[in-house]
Design a protein around this ligand. Structure first.
Ligand SMILES: Cc1ncc(COP(=O)(O)O)c(C=O)c1O
Length: 303
């Protein structure tokens, strides 16, 4: 399979949702293989030559967007990808879908580490110390300082748009996993960056910020929710907002991060006086919908 490396400026679309005028930065349109978030976070690897490198090692969930994008990166560069996962469920093995299926097609070597004396994070951090010089290691979800490179480009595109359109009071919103994208965006932008914790809650997200930036004044603003959500679990309100968005805006958002992103944003907007120009970053991840959507349909549409 041929992987394209065209990562041009993504467009910004204006739309109305639930009575609010919003701007959507369409990073989902950047590139199918490096859908949005990964195009930015892996931008450093895409833009540079790595002489002597033959292999890339990553890890995470078997349905992670990063698995698919690392597989595409390896394919493009002629490297082997070794991607470590804790477990591959039997049903996925039997009928590969989404990011897992895409990565397999791109030639990824997906390694199950079943016998773990510790967690996958610690296991991989030990492993990363012992890799050969021809191997690059990418932390889970691309959470590393090298991600700055691509996120700066996103910040520059936003600044250009804001200046060209003379937006008076821009505020950026994007949902977080590791928080890498939101954190670096805030360090590059003189405007407020809002986010919400989709993985592990607010205190987990703050720990992630602290690992990348010690100056708290440069951290994004976390919008909290009263209800605690578990990453990857199905919630009726997530499915409802995802469907409303599709109906009203004709844009498909992802089913893992965006539903919470929109719920927290709408709560925030309800309390604001409406003077802000909200730019929501669509970070892609739509390949993951291939496995999430059937799960939602089975749960909420078969009754
Ligand atoms: C579609 C999508 N949205 C949001 C995120 C969260 O990004 P980050 O880990 O930089 O917070 C990810 C994860 O990489 C993602 O794939």
């Amino acid at each position: 399979m041929q992987v394209s490396n065209t990562l041009n400026n993504s467009p910004v679309q204006t739309l109305q949702f639930n009575g609010h005028k919003l701007f959507i930065k369409r990073d989902d349109l950047l590139n199918h293989h490096f859908s949005g978030n990964k195009a930015r976070k892996l931008g450093y690897f895409l833009d540079n030559e790595f002489t002597g490198i033959k292999k890339i090692v990553g890890y995470g969930s078997v349905q992670a967007n990063s698995l698919y994008s690392l597989a595409a990166l390896a394919n493009m560069k002629g490297w082997q990808l070794d991607f470590y996962v804790q477990r591959i469920a039997d049903w996925i093995k039997a009928k590969p879908t989404g990011n897992y299926a895409g990565a397999l097609k791109l030639g990824a070597n997906i390694i199950e580490v079943q016998e773990l004396s510790t967690n996958l994070d610690d296991y991989m951090s030990q492993k990363s110390q012992k890799l050969n010089a021809d191997t690059l290691f990418v932390p889970e979800g691309g959470r590393c300082r090298l991600a700055r490179h691509g996120i700066k480009k996103l910040a520059d595109e936003l600044l250009e748009y804001i200046n060209n359109q003379h937006l008076a009071n821009p505020v950026i919103m994007l949902p977080s996993g590791t928080g890498t994208t939101a954190l670096f965006l805030q360090t590059y932008l003189p405007y407020k960056v809002l986010t919400c914790a989709c993985v592990g809650g607010d205190s987990y997200l703050e720990t992630q910020f602290a690992e990348l930036e010690s100056d708290k004044s440069l951290w994004p603003t976390i919008l909290s929710t009263e209800k605690k959500y578990h990453f990857g679990k199905l919630y009726l309100e997530f499915y409802q907002i995802w469907r409303q968005l599709l109906k009203q805006t004709d844009i498909e958002f992802d089913l893992l991060y965006d539903p919470l992103g929109w719920i927290t944003l709408l709560n925030y907007l309800d309390k604001q006086q409406g003077q802000e120009d909200i730019i929501y970053i669509h970070q892609g991840g739509l390949v993951g919908n291939e496995s999430m959507l059937p799960r939602y349909q089975r749960k909420y549409e078969s009754r």
